[in-house]
Design a protein around this ligand. Structure first.
Ligand code: ADP
Ligand code: MG
Length: 356
């Protein structure tokens, strides 16, 4: 098998296990993003692939070869970190070439590699500058360049954009994806930022507490989250989650009837979580919608749309509404309308999605 394959990967520090058996196949040329809250084991998993952490149990292979016992430098992977770890006394060209010199690549070949990668990353005019004379984004590109010239089988990224300001982060994010489209190198990218995950990934791996919650394309995970954790993690603002009970006509949320487009049949009386995405509601009733009364307590204008913050039974809810150039019509909103086909339901106890 090619690409990267993880089979039952476990990491334990002494008696404390922090990664609990990860199974994952990353196809050749695929861009996979590991996303999850801080401390869930993303970096540890990536570092086991890189060889920077020993694999406690299980097996990792790269391009069909088991790498558990192979030294990091022989795994043919290149890693880009949050802190770029550039050599401050070397200029951009020498930083990019550092790994190639160590590997004794001929000088003319090194020159060629530097100029090619500088071209790709738009660093040509900065080749003689030291890292201190560069912006954060340029330093990030140098770190990328150093990885690219090695022509590795796999790129491993650990939160490479976290040190950049919001605007630059958005810009670099697009650059990384363009670069991937151009170079097609198998990539595994770690981030805690769900927007980065959604925008960059061919497939997203949502992790929580050392385990995988769900794997799928960004839209698969957004449209069909396997459980309340994924539902609450992907999407901005996240999916609203309300406690309810299934009945013959759908679900009841504390006295309010919500229509569902699924067959309830023998699930009447089951306790559920009713999931409603902020952007799925409308302010006017539609053909197959249910009215959900809300106590609006804040309207946040974002420009073309506004966020409506509301309360229901002590739960904070957020909905999105179009402004059409003004928020005057939003301050008096007393209910939103929930389309039956967009409502998600999850088992109240297990949190798993219910597809009746
Ligand atoms: P993430 O990258 O998702 O934020 P990490 O993979 O860095 O999370 O960490 C996962 C868990 O492993 C955390 O609970 C962290 O405290 C623990 N951990 C990481 N390194 C060590 C270590 N050297 N010794 C003990 N525990 C560690
Ligand atoms: Mg980390």
């Amino acid at each position: 098998m090619s690409g990267v394959n993880l089979s039952g990967i476990v990491k334990a520090y002494g008696a404390v296990q922090v990664v609990h058996g990860i199974d994952l196949n990353v196809a050749k040329k695929e861009f996979v993003v590991l996303v999850g809250p801080s401390g869930c084991g993303k970096s540890t998993t990536l570092r086991m692939i890189a060889g920077l952490e020993e694999i406690s149990r299980g097996e990792a292979s790269i391009h069909g070869k088991v790498v558990n016992r192979i030294a990091p430098k022989d795994r043919d992977v290149a890693m880009v970190f949050q802190n770029y770890a550039l050599y401050p006394h070397l200029n951009v060209a020498d930083n990019i070439a550092f790994g190639l010199r160590i590997r004794k690549m001929p000088k003319t070949e090194i020159e060629k590699q530097i100029s090619e990668v500088a071209e790709i990353l738009e660093l040509t005019e900065y080749l003689h500058r030291k890292p201190a004379e560069l912006s954060g984004g340029q330093r990030q590109r140098v770190a990328m360049g150093r990885a690219i010239v090695r022509h590795p089988k796999v790129f491993l990224f650990d939160e490479p954009l976290s040190n950049l300001d919001a605007k630059l982060r958005t810009q670099m994010r697009a650059e990384i994806r363009r670069l991937h489209n151009r170079l097609g190198v198998t990539s595994i990218y770690v981030t805690h930022d769900q927007v980065e995950a959604m925008t960059l990934a061919d497939r997203i791996v949502v992790m929580n507490d050392g385990k995988i919650e769900q794997v799928g394309t960004p839209m698969e995970l957004f449209m069909n989250p396997a459980n309340t954790f994924v539902a609450g993690f992907l999407g901005s603002p996240p999916m609203n989650q309300l406690s309810g009970v299934l009945n013959e006509n759908g679900a009841e949320i504390n006295g309010v009837q919500i229509k569902l487009n699924v067959v309830i049949a023998d699930n009447v009386g089951r306790n559920v979580v009713v999931g409603i995405r902020p952007e799925d509601v409308t302010l006017k009733a539609g053909a197959d919608t249910s009215a959900l009364p809300i106590e609006l307590d804040l309207v946040e204008p974002l420009g073309s749309e506004a966020l409506l913050h509301a309360q229901r039974d002590g739960t904070n809810l957020v909905f999105k509404a179009d402004t059409n150039g003004s928020i005057d019509h939003l301050s008096g909103v007393k209910e939103v309308h929930v389309p039956a086909e967009r409502v998600k339901i999850f088992d109240a106890e297990s949190g798993q999605a219910i597809n009746l």
